[in-house]
Design a protein around this ligand. Sequence first.
Ligand SMILES: Cc1cc2nc3c(=O)[nH]c(=O)nc-3n(C[C@H](O)[C@H](O)[C@H](O)COP(=O)(O)O)c2cc1C
Length: 205
Amino acid sequence: MSDKHFYEPQKGHGLAHDPFNAIIAPRPIGWISSQSKAGELNLAPYSFFNALNYTPPIIGFSSVGAKDSLRNIQETGEFCWNLVSKPLVDAMNQTSKPLPPHESEFEISGLHTVDSNVVSVPRVKESLVSMECKLTDIVQLKDAQGGLVNSWFIMGEVVGVHIDNSLIEGGVYQTLKGEPVMRGGGPGDYYSISEANYFELLRPQ
Ligand SMILES: Cc1cc2nc3c(=O)[nH]c(=O)nc-3n(C[C@H](O)[C@H](O)[C@H](O)COP(=O)(O)O)c2cc1C
């Protein structure tokens, strides 16, 4: 008998809980602010999120189902990414509530907006770091047979970056000081980082 649990997702995982999210973890959170053409504000967390390129910087996140963020970004071609620091987790969680488009997650979570410099979508005032983005691509995901999946990968070029000066020391961005929160596998699983988790590993020359 093999010492590995093997499964083909299409046929079920055979475990008490689907391990997929717990394996690809912890995941950074894309806290995405967006705005409809009519000016309705939206804010929501997305953990199928990551940085995709250096120059130009490009980030992307996946909308599992057609959600308000996707619709807004389709309409305006703009969005902002905002850092979820540990003190903001409860507010972040509130913003995952499904709300009708005319109700703003900013209001229900007690957060405030601040104007962006390059795009017209506002940022989260309370976030220590925000990135203003212009849409580059929206790709509807496909399965291995080429069948369309009800999910969309949204990518944007970062055209403006706001960093709280408290996070910059000697010209170096201090990741730890931003207290980034990451998503685990189960519905309530999150991770944060600490100095104790740090180690250095340089690439081979
Ligand atoms: C930490 C966290 C991560 C999430 N990640 C995703 C994700 O990657 N993709 C997704 O479609 N929904 C994700 N959700 C759920 C959305 O935030 C939720 O459906 C939200 O209502 C979408 O908002 P919108 O319709 O205003 O865009 C996540 C929720 C939480 C709390």
